[in-house]
Design a protein around this ligand. Structure first.
Ligand code: PLP
Length: 405
């Protein structure tokens, strides 16, 4: 009955509309835009321009101005944004690229696809983002660059990472797929590195109606090369200076995303408001720690915001500590109809496809502990503050030892 289907990461994940607090509700999210989206689609259909054109270039200009960068190149997905960035930076066989293991697969998958080797660095316990000290330990003569991921919507320590990269002559590509709108000391994610890579996959903070992505840069030469690589390295038509791919961005996505972009900061504000509710309700419980630093003896740790960061809460990710504790809480949330996600259950260094590649001997204990403890709970702007309260009631019931009947 009344099932709303959402495809998440290739799994067809459907939830009952009667679920008390869904993790996300994309139809509800797009409802305020539906009239303008229908008009945009009608104009698009009538235009006859189904590849390229104004909706692509206007979207690129508007995102560039939002991010405060000189240029953006819109592409087919966040994965392709990362791939294109690495291609423009000439990553290839023999190269090593340092990235986290605690991230979505695409971050390292693109490195491998270019014949280079992803070298996995450890994360910091508090922010889930890459540990700059550990990056420095993993630099070899073959290291070509670093891909910091701004995980869950807040930036990695970009100042330290960029300084390490500069010292060793490495590039930085920011994986900002989960972090559009995130800032460090007021400056946007994606405006620091040689490239920033963004995704407009439907679960991201700026969400399209399908797949799309974008790279940002302040380097006109890299932007020009990315534009050529986006269409098979072709410039002019049928003359190929490089081997690129088809990474084109659909103009219909541009038309639809342009309608939502002006509301992005307001919608991030609603996520921050929901995060503050969780912190005020859960943070006062004696079994809850506000940071990993004072987590001794606590059973639940709330997400930390690193100094100088504006967190955009693409996910609100708590840690549930203790043997089997996360699974028990998950079972209770499920029974109560509360959506949740585990991002990520396994580090990339533990994935079957990378085990051999890395010699199978890599050990990243902080990453592995995060994989056992993390739990993401509902944070999207569409859920009401009363629903956040309901999630808190269930979690507090769990902490107080009952089944929160
Ligand atoms: C979503 C995501 C990507 C890939 O984006 P797609 O648009 O799904 O290809 C890359 N890196 C991270 C960290 C992501 O969360």
């Amino acid at each position: 009955m009344n099932e709303i289907g959402v495809v998440i990461r290739g799994e067809s994940c459907s939830f009952d509309a009667s679920m008390s607090v869904p993790l996300l509700n994309l139809a509800e999210h797009n409802r305020p835009y539906q009239d303008r989206m229908r008009e945009a689609f009608d104009r698009f259909l009538a235009s006859g321009q189904y590849i390229g054109g104004d909706q692509v270039t206007l979207f690129e200009k508007e995102v560039a101005s939002y991010l405060g960068v000189s240029e953006c190149v819109a592409v087919s997905s966040g994965t392709d944004a990362l791939l294109l960035a690495l291609m423009a930076l000439d990553v290839g066989p023999g190269d090593e690229v340092i990235c986290p293991s605690f991230t979505f697969f695409a971050t390292a998958g693109v490195v491998h696809r270019l014949g280079a080797k992803p070298v996995f660095a450890e994360i910091l316990e508090g922010s889930f983002n890459m540990d700059p000290e550990d990056i420095e330990h993993r630099i070899t003569p073959r290291t070509k660059g670093i891909i910091p991921v701004h995980l869950f919507g807040q930036m990695a320590n970009i100042g330290r990472i960029q300084a390490i990269a500069d010292k060793h002559g490495l590039f930085v590509v920011e994986d900002a797929a989960q972090a559009i709108g995130a800032r460090h000391n007021g400056k946007h994610a994606g405006s620091f590195g040689a490239f920033g890579a963004f995704s407009f996959y439907p679960t991201k903070n700026l969400s399209g109606l399908g797949d799309s992505g974008l790279v940002s840069t302040n380097d006109p030469k890299l932007a020009a090369k990315a534009r050529i690589l986006r269409v098979h390295g072709m410039d002019p038509v049928y003359y190929h200076s490089h081997v690129g791919g088809n990474f084109r961005f659909d103009p219909i996505q541009g038309a639809l995303l342009r309608i939502k972009l002006p509301d992005l900061d307001a919608s991030i504000g609603l996520r921050q408001e929901r995060a503050a509710c969780y912190v005020s309700r859960l943070g006062s419980h004696p079994a809850v720690a506000l940071s990993c630093e004072d987590a001794a003896g606590k059973r639940l740790v709330l997400p930390e915001t690193s100094p100088g960061n504006a967190h955009t809460f693409n996910q609100f990710t708590i840690r549930v500590r203790g043997e089997g504790a996360r699974d028990r809480l998950v079972a209770q949330l499920k029974a109560a109809g509360i959506g949740h996600g585990i991002y990520y259950p396994l580090g990339l260094h533990q994935q079957e496809c990378f085990c051999c590649h890395t010699g199978g001997s890599v050990s990243l204990p902080i990453t592995e502990a995060a994989c056992r403890e993390v739990l993401s709970i509902p944070i999207v702007p569409e859920i009401k503050l009363e629903q956040i309260d309901e999630v808190c009631d269930r979690i507090i019931g769990f902490l107080d030892g009952g089944s929160a009947a």
